[in-house]
Write a protein of this length. Sequence first.
Length: 163
Amino acid sequence: MNPLVFFFAVVAIAGCAAFQEPARFPAERYAGDTALERTLSQVNVETNRAPACALISPCQASLPSRDELARTRFLDCKGYAMAKAYALQDAGIDASRMRVAELELMGRRHVVLVVDERYVLDNLDDSVRRIEEYRRFQPVLAALPAALMAGAPASAGQTGPKR
C-alpha cells in the first residue's frame, strides 16, 4: 500500500473520530412548510441521533424527567419522546400541545410524541409523520405528566442524553 494513502486514511479516520457532537443546523434548513413543521423536524432529527438502548432491554422504566435524561447515555422510545418534548418546550411550544402515544408495534410496546394531535415524532423515523399514518396501530394518547413538564430549565436547549 502506498504510504501516502495510508497516511491520509489515518488522518481522515482520526479527524472524523474527533467530532463528539454532530453539526446542528438552523431550523430553516429542515423539512416543513411552516416554522412549526421545521422546528418539529429539527428536534426529531437531532434527538434521533442520540444512542439507542439495546432492543432487548428498555433503558427508561417510565417517562424520564429532565434530570434523568441528563444522567443517561442511551435512550429507549420513552426517553426519545421526552427528550423531544423538553426540546420543544425549550423552543417555546407549550406542553399542553403535546401528547405521548402508546401503541403496539411489531409485538412490542412503543411510545411516540404527538404535537397538536396531528404530528408524530418517532425515534424510528427521522420524518415527522401525520397521526393518520399511525391510526392502524391504534395509538392511545395521553397528556404529558404536569410534574415532568413543570417548566423549562434556565439552560434551555440543553436537554437530552449526555454524549
